[in-house]
Design a protein around this ligand. Structure first.
Ligand SMILES: *[C@@H]1O[C@H](CO)[C@@H](O)[C@H](O)[C@H]1NC(C)=O
Ligand SMILES: *[C@@H]1O[C@H](CO)[C@@H](O)[C@H](O)[C@H]1NC(C)=O
Ligand SMILES: *[C@@H]1O[C@H](CO)[C@@H](O)[C@H](O)[C@H]1NC(C)=O
Ligand SMILES: *[C@@H]1O[C@H](CO)[C@@H](O)[C@H](O)[C@H]1NC(C)=O
Ligand SMILES: *[C@@H]1O[C@H](CO)[C@@H](O)[C@H](O)[C@H]1NC(C)=O
Ligand SMILES: *[C@@H]1O[C@H](CO)[C@@H](O)[C@H](O)[C@H]1NC(C)=O
Ligand SMILES: *[C@@H]1O[C@H](CO)[C@@H](O)[C@H](O)[C@H]1NC(C)=O
Length: 495
């Protein structure tokens, strides 16, 4: 009896100590994340989201097809002089060009802290998270494989470095998140090629391109890697919440850390992202491409046209200065398969990207003309992209990423992707709802602002903290009881 009591007493004490430690940390984290969520939403500008403001910010989530919107819509409307200097990674953002009207970047939402918030409209496009992960993987491989023309990694890197210094262009390697994903994949591709050489065999055991370890990092390894955890999974949610590891927000690191440690806190991030989607001028879906594009032309395009006409900017700005046009960057960082110069990373062939940059923006643009231009533009863009992809994937033959091969990927891998992207899945579903409403209701007001209270009302199960709080009085009573008992016994002994 006595020893049982002692034992349970010790256990209770131990439990208390452990709980106290775990509580302070989880409590701390919950406070950090909650506070972040509240301040983030405080900054949201709620009025009149359906009207295009002075600055259009296209929040471009990687691999959602945003490039076609940029290239085939926005570039047809805004002249280069109206485009804000892009920030390829946050270090280079330069808001000095004050009168710019268009900003397109992979930088996350926190960049709005550098922009005139109440004069900025935000648009974005979301994609089914599983497809986005596949596409991210494939694009990492595709760009990495372009370097395989070089005999070894050292010479590949030397050559690229030299070219970049010379052209001053912006390559995929400068742009978040590719600046992490591509070098990682590139190194891996070279290592596997060297291993094949060392083995003196080109035999490939597998026939599944997503699991061909002799040639390329298998998809499963890719999604399980810490780098993918850091910048691929739930990437859309984090980008819209402004919490990527490329964030402008000093506190983002701590918030990320907490959310990573206590998964239930992800709910706050999700709620912030949802709220932001609510307040956007336009939300498109990669999957519903035709509808998305049409809606973009009608909702965004039409307003851009009238806004620019009003300020008489189209004619005036477009007539300006060729010198400015040629120094501005090409749209290489967008989804694209492009580097600044399509061949520069490979051969040093410096074909300058001429085409659309020097085009004089059309006068008297209408939504219909815009759509027509778009159709032509997108088909040529797609052709170029497909061509480059095939050329690049040749270097890792017999691995080839096709639609058919995707269907063969084991269910287990798909489920893993889904569970790693739980927030993005929910956000995507939410975006589908917004999209349907946009579609049905046109430009009517869609959402009323809900109370902040309800956003923190989530059913994450009973919280550990609550249990501890409830249990505390009983534990104290129990300890008191033990203490009194013990005292009595010692008294008895003495007597
Ligand atoms: C890499 O390739 C270059 C060019 O062929 C060669 O000069 C260099 O010795 C190679 N380096 C290594 C470590 O193999
Ligand atoms: C972002 O993530 C990458 C990949 O894990 C890492 O190398 C990089 O240091 C991170 N950047 C910051 C600012 O934490
Ligand atoms: C073109 O731009 C340069 C520098 O931005 C300026 O000095 C020059 O006057 C401009 N030329 C015309 C025709 O506007
Ligand atoms: C560069 O590319 C152009 C067209 O793509 C081609 O005509 C030219 O021969 C190439 N130059 C070199 C040095 O490869
Ligand atoms: C644009 O419209 C104006 C007046 O409606 C007309 O004078 C001008 O020629 C038109 N420009 C073009 C390129 O169609
Ligand atoms: C890869 O598949 C595409 C079709 O999806 C095909 O056009 C291409 O030739 C294939 N590449 C190789 C190296 O087999
Ligand atoms: C919280 O959630 C419960 C059950 O889901 C609901 O009954 C309650 O009204 C919610 N409270 C608020 C403030 O939204």
């Amino acid at each position: 009896m006595d020893s049982t009591l002692k034992c349970s007493f010790l256990l209770v004490l131990l439990g208390l100590v452990v709980n106290a430690l775990c509580l302070t940390d989880s409590e701390h984290c919950e406070n950090v994340v909650k506070k972040w969520a509240l301040t983030s939403l405080d900054h949201e500008v709620k009025n009149n989201k359906h009207t295009l403001k002075d600055l259009l910010f296209f929040l471009h989530v990687p691999r959602t097809g945003g490039r076609t919107y940029f290239h085939c819509f926005l570039k047809k409307l805004y002249s280069n002089s109206l485009e804000c200097p892009r920030s390829y990674d946050k270090l280079r953002f330069d808001p000095s060009k004050e009168k710019c009207r268009l900003l397109v970047t992979h930088d996350d939402y926190s960049i709005t802290s550098k922009l005139p918030r109440d004069r900025t409209s935000v648009v974005t496009i979301l994609r089914n998270p599983v497809d986005r992960v596949f596409s991210t993987y494939e694009f990492s491989v595709e760009v990495g494989a372009r370097f395989l023309v070089h005999p070894n990694l050292t010479s590949a890197m030397q050559m690229t470095g030299r070219l970049r210094a010379k052209t001053k262009g912006v390559s995929t390697l400068d742009i978040w998140p590719w600046k992490y994903l591509v070098p990682w994949m590139r190194e891996d591709l070279f290592a596997r090629r060297n291993a094949r050489k060392a083995r003196r065999t080109n035999d490939v055991k597998s026939s599944d391109p997503y699991n061909m370890e002799d040639i390329v990092m298998p998809l499963l390894n890719y999604i399980n890697d810490p780098i993918a955890h850091e910048i691929v999974h739930n990437g859309a949610t984090f980008q819209i919440a402004g919490l990527t590891n490329n964030s402008y927000l000093p506190k983002s690191h701590e918030v990320r850390h907490c959310v990573d440690k206590y998964k239930n806190l992800g709910e706050y991030v999700l709620q912030v992202a949802k709220k932001r989607l609510d307040n956007m001028l336009y939300v498109g879906l990669t999957e519903d491409h035709r509808e998305s594009a049409t809606m973009f032309a009608n909702v965004v395009g039409a307003q851009v046209i009238s806004q620019l006409e009003e300020s008489n900017a189209i004619g005036k700005e477009a007539a300006v200065n060729k010198s400015e046009l040629t120094t501005s960057f090409s749209d290489s960082e967008l989804d694209s398969n492009d580097h600044q110069n399509p061949n520069s990373d490979e051969k040093g062939n410096e074909t300058t990207s001429s085409s659309d940059d020097n085009e004089v923006k059309q006068e008297n643009m209408t939504v219909r003309k815009l759509m027509e231009t778009y159709e032509v533009c997108i088909s040529s863009l797609r052709k170029t992209q497909a061509h480059r992809r095939i050329a690049s994937l040749k270097r890792i033959a017999p691995a080839n990423f096709t639609k058919e091969a995707r269907l063969q990927v084991p269910q287990m891998v798909i489920q893993r992707i889904q569970s790693l992207n739980n927030l993005d899945l929910e956000l995507y579903e939410y975006a589908q709802g917004i999209f349907a409403k946009q579609h049905n209701e046109g430009a009517e007001k869609l959402f009323d602002t809900e109370t902040l209270g309800s956003m923190f009302n989530y059913s994450g199960g009973i919280k550990l903290q609550d249990i501890c709080l409830w249990a505390m009085p009983f534990v104290l009573l129990f300890i008191f009881f033990l203490f009194v008992n013990a005292k009595r016994r010692t008294l008895k002994v003495k007597i």
